[in-house]
Ligand binder design. Structure first.
Ligand SMILES: [Cu+2]
Length: 412
């Protein structure tokens, strides 16, 4: 029998015995201000290169890693150079590269350069375009990035296992022409995993019920915020190599246009205003907009189950159920028993947590608990980013109506 989060909550005794209270984790501190015009990878990094005879040299190591999804949950993942997703490859249009790939995994691998126009022999499909890279071996790929864009890299051997466990990375090829204005350029790789409660190994066989949803390998509240100053052009490069799901990414307070995919630029005549963009698996969607107004603006997958943390789906639906008396009776045999879910799931905020797991939702915000998790982050826009933006102090915040308000406007 699989143990889901909600089952555990219904069986409150286990939790009472565990006696571990949820520790709220504040959203990660804002990134340092400074880098402009090149890509920023919240919670991630950019792969270092060196020049040898006019060729940019990179080295990727496919390896098993311990990876923290958020404080409280560390998984046994596979990735590149100590990370999942792997470090971002940032190059310029026209760059000739030689990319060494060392396989430190227990099974063969390869790398496919998704969306990049490479010669067939460099395409990375093991068995079809090259022999697989056996454990302990190092292969080299050499080609020219001959067009600008946003692409991805991932294995083309046992993809089901290797991608599910975290093997993927983004590639950004900057155009020769450069940027006409200051750009806040961000890369966000979405991913989904199934990590059974209490386990450390994501289940590569999972086809649904994904319970760990991430941006650049982190679930909210561990996702690092994005920042911009009003008037900045903001570009967000979303990538998705999740096993099964497409993610509708929604931004608050703004409308944006999809300006490119991993296939190239979208012609201006084909761009339409959006507040949500679907990022299907196996694709990149690049959006651009002008930072319009100061604030802390939510940016998240609009699938409600993707903006939550580890949860199960096998629990009874108790919303609206009459549960009075049940707790008293069951507490006699199960000390500390508490039935969950009768008035919704917000009450899970502050509940005890099983070992190596993260709360379904809830992080401390400036006005109480933020009932979100998973694929959720915050875009912090300020007039000036000279200082750490902290939480936005809105001049006017929704608040409880006064008796005078109700009377004036005839609200019964
Ligand atoms: Cu989603």
């Amino acid at each position: 029998m699989s143990i889901s989060r909600r089952n555990l909550l219904t069986a409150g005794a286990a939790l009472a015995a565990a006696g571990k209270l949820v520790k709220h984790v504040d959203a990660a501190p804002s990134p340092p201000i400074g880098a402009r015009g090149r890509v920023r990878v919240p919670n991630g990094s950019i792969l270092e290169s060196k020049l040898r005879g006019g060729v940019k040299i990179f080295h990727l190591r496919a390896q098993a890693i311990d990876h923290e999804i958020a404080p409280g949950l560390t998984i046994k993942a596979w990735g590149y150079n100590g990370a999942t997703p792997g470090p971002l490859l940032e190059v310029d249009e026209g760059d000739r590269v030689r990319i060494y790939v060392t396989n430190e995994l227990p099974e063969p691998t390869s790398i496919h350069w998704h969306g990049v126009f490479v010669p067939s022999g460099m395409d990375g499909v093991a068995g079809l375009s090259q022999p697989a890279i056996d454990p302990g071996r190092t292969f080299k790929y050499e080609f020219v990035f001959d067009r600008a864009g946003t692409f991805m890299y991932h294995p083309h051997v046992d993809e089901m296992t290797q991608i599910a466990l975290g093997m993927m990375g983004m590639i950004v090829v900057h155009p020769k022409s450069g940027e006409a204005r200051r750009v806040r350029d961000y890369a966000l790789f979405t991913h989904e995993m199934t990590v059974p409660i209490g386990a450390r190994r994501p289940d590569p066989l999972a086809m649904n019920d994904f319970n760990v949803l991430t941006f650049n390998g982190k679930s909210f509240p561990a996702t690092e915020p994005l920042v911009a100053e009003t008037g900045d052009l903001v570009r967000i490069r979303f990538a998705n190599l999740g096993p099964m799901d497409h993610h509708p990414m929604h931004l608050h307070g703004h409308a944006f246009e999809v300006v490119a995919t991993d296939g190239g630029s979208v012609p201006h005549s084909a761009r339409i205003p959006e507040t949500t963009v679907l990022v299907p698996t196996g694709t990149v969607r690049v959006i651009e907009f002008t930072a319009r107004a100061p604030g802390d603006w939510a940016l998240h997958c609009h699938m409600t189950h993707h903006a939550m943390n580890q949860m199960g789906h096998a629990a009874a639906n108790l919303v609206g159920a009459e549960i009075s008396g049940i707790d008293d009776k069951l507490a006699r045999v199960v000390p500390g028993y508490m039935t969950m879910g009768a008035s919704g799931m917000s009450e899970m905020d502050g509940m005890a947590q099983p070992v190596n797991s993260i709360a379904m939702m809830g992080a401390k915000g400036p006005h109480g608990t933020i009932d979100m998790g998973g694929m959720f982050t915050i875009l912090k826009i300020r007039e000036s980013l000279a200082n750490d933006p902290g939480w936005y102090a809105a001049p006017n915040v929704a608040s409880e109506a006064s008796a005078d308000d109700l009377h004036r406007d005839g609200i019964e």
